[in-house]
Design a protein around this ligand. Sequence first.
Ligand SMILES: [Zn+2]
Ligand SMILES: [Zn+2]
Length: 286
Amino acid sequence: MIQDFTLHTHTNEFDGRNTAAEMIEAARASGFKTIGISNHFIVHPTIKQNPLYEAAVRGGYGQMYSSDFDEALSRFVPHYEELARLQDKNPDIRILRGMEVDYFPTDQWRDGFERVYNILRPDYLIGSAHFVEQGGAVYNVHDMAKATPDVRDQMLEQYWANIIKLAQSGLFNWLAHLDLPKKRGLGMESKWAGVKEEAIVAIVNAKNAIEINTSGYKQVGDQPYPGPDIIKMVAVYRVPVLLSDDAHHISQIAASFETAYDMARQNGIKNFTNLQKILDFSKKSL
Ligand SMILES: [Zn+2]
Ligand SMILES: [Zn+2]
């Protein structure tokens, strides 16, 4: 087996399709010894003013967005209690409590996050940037795709600056789907190679790992997040790598792991990390 754990998964209390119990059963059936559930932790005061929130409410997953930390806490407390009950019922598979965190680089966010972290004590944190913030409002990759070319480039600059800040924060066990704007075909021109390399250097300096997120094969077509351009840099800098399926449905558990592993090997990746190393990543200030 290429990797006997899967740590980036979502359940139906947030924007996944299946219950945690169903995801655990599917992970066991795929041969995993460990599954981590990593639902979205997204807290921003204006998040519910973005049209994406309305769409999420219509789609039945509005609960993944919180406008303050107590709202997020009220969702994660019962969710983690449920995972603890499921661990008692399923002693043959290790169940970890993770979070995929949207990092907003302000002191206010950090204070709020540290408070909630110390209550919830998650087993690990995935750092992600689904949004950029401009003038107090947040924009996702779909908003970027609709923006004028100038504004779009500003947002992409900011996206990569956020990735650098994510690494520098020292909060995260690894960073998610580095080239996410690719979901809408953005940031793929060669002019972005320099800033991508800067981000990899920041990740190296922070001793962070990155994931190869196989949901890209479904969303983009021929490549995971990140694609071969970044994977080659990751290999040169020997950044530790793990495979993530980012499963939102039982059918996505372990999806394309072999394809992604082969692609990584072909592009020079040797430093596949293991579960213990990933969990041991010490959080500097939490
Ligand atoms: Zn994500
Ligand atoms: Zn995810």
